[in-house]
Design a protein around this ligand. Structure first.
Ligand code: PRX
Length: 657
């Protein structure tokens, strides 16, 4: 579609974009903003880097602590402890702090279901619901540090379940509703969860996603779950196991709407969220309490410059980190009003989001480039049919936003008046790390611009030297920050190896990037074997392992290729076992098989049947060549280490078919 999106996203670390358009916030926006000039930003940034303890203590002090900390930071690389000795209750900070004060009757969540049903939940009501559900969890024996798997649609009960876990110190592990039963089993096993919270189903594109059915299938292979609590959302038929399954509505009815919240240590585990890496199964990223809450609270406050009467809407799903940090914890810690929408952007058509913005007067809108590209394709008449004048600020997350999409977003959605915050961060960072501040940062379409307070971001070359302006290298963070992941659950060795082994004491993000002469960070994409499909991370190793689990497949290699809408498409090369022949029906079957094994987002876009895969003499698959082949149609790179040069000709033929 666009020149940029056709470019290989991760072929080289070098980015070739030259962008000279600069957009500065309007005087009107700046005047009202918390950070209204670059001088103010630079002064605060300097302090946050030179004296992080002072900066972060001030931010954390805006939250409610039951016991003060003794030290702001204890840093024994790569393990950090923030607000050491401090005690707090995360749910109390997100709910009670507001419900017991002037925001009691303020809307916390304005919900719109895909079928059009609407509900408004005030902070007072949210407090009662969270308390009731915390009592339900305790009644069924859930204790602090127990792991609870949450597999829910995008409904307020998802947030209520997470907050109820936080309230009693249990560790939630939310699994995206689009993931399969197999993915649930992997996460149950790795986390050792004993309770599941789910719903009968959720609405997506007019159909019911069978959540309970998927949980039932998963629990046939994992027997440590004692209770499953099921929220009735769609009314679809589900089977209830009388020893194990309970209806949410029955349970809350018999529980009190008050609950005494205990204080937990600042480093008490808050949640696990699984994310793809370059090898093996998804890893359980662990986040803890005080630092994570401070990071999400502070970034949300400054980057979205939240005001008492804003209506904020983040279109992510709670199953991803964006949903954790910028639907649940960041906005609620700030006492914001937010909109939550259950379904698809094109249900019943591509006007749905714009209708929601008009109907509810949304003022801050946070979405993903993949959605923006889909809207561009659908046509300008959809947003043009709605009054979007309530919007004052736009956000983008999940992948690099191509300048054309940025421009469209700014003009067609933001009416040319709204700043755009292009926010770079990761599941592991917990909170936004690089982003404009909307009242001051000059923006160039396509760059996430400058680091947030306390974030010592840099780009390093292989030797660990800082790259010169416009030179591509690895994006790293040189100092610890409060919302950083504390470890990979149960695997400190993998934690060290994945993030901390390139340069001693420095966090490597896994992204390639460059900095322009003004200091702006341009993210190019992943430099490991991780794809970014529609803003979601997918390990090529996961798709390969799903493919080889199919009886017809001998071997497979998966690479990403540029995709107009999704950013990257999933491209698979497959060799078949003796006795199996390639066919259109086998291709379809393999696609479905991967969808069933991982989830719909992992379904391959292309499957090529190859007689052999390109390998080195020691037998290692040369994915680099496959990536080049699907991106450019040929292989021109270094092939001297290739074992059998003939393979290239075969591969070139198979992608032509
Ligand atoms: O490659 C970067 C890309 O998404 C990766 C993190 O994925 P995940 O942990 O699933 O979290 C996504 C939502 C925070 C990063 O390593 N990424 C995320 N935001 C941006 C981005 N790439 C460029 N620009 C962004 N704004």
């Amino acid at each position: 579609m666009t020149a940029h999106s056709k470019k290989p996203m991760s072929r080289t670390i070098e980015s070739h974009l030259e962008e000279s358009r600069i957009y500065t916030p309007t005087a009107e926006f700046s005047k009202e903003a918390r950070i209204s000039s670059m001088t103010q930003y630079r002064k605060m940034y300097r302090e946050s880097i030179d004296k992080p303890e002072i900066f972060w203590a001030r931010e954390a002090n805006e939250l409610l602590w039951r016991q003060p900390w003794s030290d702001v930071l204890d840093w024994k690389p790569p393990f950090a402890k923030w607000f050491v000795g401090g005690k707090l209750n995360v749910a109390e900070n997100c709910v009670d702090r507001h419900a017991n004060g002037s925001r009691r009757n303020k809307a916390a969540i304005i919900f719109e279901g895909e079928p059009g049903d609407r509900r408004v939940i005030t902070y007072g009501e949210l407090q009662r619901e969270v308390c009731r559900f915390a009592n339900v969890l305790e009644k069924h024996g859930v204790k602090a540090k127990d792991r609870v798997l949450v597999y829910m649609p995008m409904i307020p009960e998802a947030a209520i379940a997470m907050l109820a876990c936080a309230r009693i110190g249990a560790v939630h592990n939310v699994v995206f509703g689009g993931f399969s039963a197999d993915s649930i089993v992997d996460r149950l096993e790795d986390s050792g969860a004993t309770m599941v919270i789910t719903a009968d189903g959720g609405w997506r594109r007019g159909k019911i996603v069978p959540l309970k059915e998927n949980v039932d299938a998963a629990l046939q292979r994992y027997d440590k779950v004692r209770k499953v609590i099921v929220h009735k959302r769609c009314g679809n038929e589900v089977s209830m196991n009388s020893n194990r399954d309970l209806w949410w509505h029955d349970e809350v009815q018999s529980c009190k709407s008050t609950h005494q919240a205990k204080a937990f240590d600042s480093e008490h585990p808050l949640f696990l969220l699984y994310t793809s890496g370059s090898t093996g199964k998804p890893k359980g990223i662990l986040h803890t309490s005080g630092g994570y809450l401070t990071g999400t609270y502070s970034t949300f406050k400054y980057i979205f410059d939240i005001r008492e009467n804003d209506i904020y809407w983040c279109t992510a799903d709670v199953g991803w980190i964006t949903g954790h940090s910028y639907i649940v914890y960041g906005p609620l810690a700030n006492g914001a009003t937010q909109l939550m929408y259950e379904g698809a952007p094109n249900q019943p058509d591509f006007g749905r989001f714009w209708k929601i913005i008009e109907d509810h007067g949304v003022s801050i809108f946070y979405t993903a480039p993949t959605a923006i590209r889909a809207f561009i394709k659908a046509g300008d008449h959809f947003p043009a049919a709605h009054d979007l004048s309530s919007l004052r600020l736009l956000g983008s997350v999940g992948e690099p936003i191509n300048p054309e999409a940025w421009m469209w977003y700014q003009q067609k959605i933001g009416g040319g008046r709204c700043p755009i915050v292009d926010t770079w961060w990761q599941t592991e960072t917990g909170a936004i790390m690089i982003s404009p501040l909307p009242g001051c940062t000059p923006c160039k379409p396509g760059t996430a611009t400058l680091p947030f307070f306390g974030v010592d971001a840099a780009i390093l070359d292989e030797e660990g030297k800082e790259c010169k302006a416009n030179e591509g290298g690895k994006l790293v963070i040189r100092k610890p920050w409060p919302s950083m992941t504390r470890t990979i659950y149960g695997d400190k060795t993998r934690f060290r190896k994945t993030y901390w082994s390139d340069y001693p004491g420095i966090y490597t993000a896994g992204d390639g990037a460059r900095r322009d002469k003004d200091g702006n960070f341009w993210i190019v994409g992943r430099i490991d074997d991780v794809l970014n499909v529609s803003g979601h991370r997918l390990g090529t190793a996961e798709v390969e392992s799903a493919l080889v689990a199919h009886p017809a497949v001998a071997e497979s290699a998966v690479v990403g290729r540029p995709d107009e809408l999704k950013g990257q498409g999933v491209c698979c090369f497959v060799t078949l076992k003796e006795g199996h022949d390639s066919s259109e029906s086998l291709r379809r079957e393999l696609r479905e098989h991967v969808g069933r094994t991982i989830g719909a987002i992992a379904k391959p876009d292309d499957i090529y049947f190859a007689p052999a895969l390109p390998k080195t003499r020691s037998g290692k698959i040369m994915r680099r060549l496959l990536k080049e082949l699907v991106t450019t149609g040929e292989i021109s790179g270094n092939v001297t280490t290739l074992d059998d040069i003939q393979v290239i000709t075969h591969l070139q033929n198979c992608i032509k078919v």
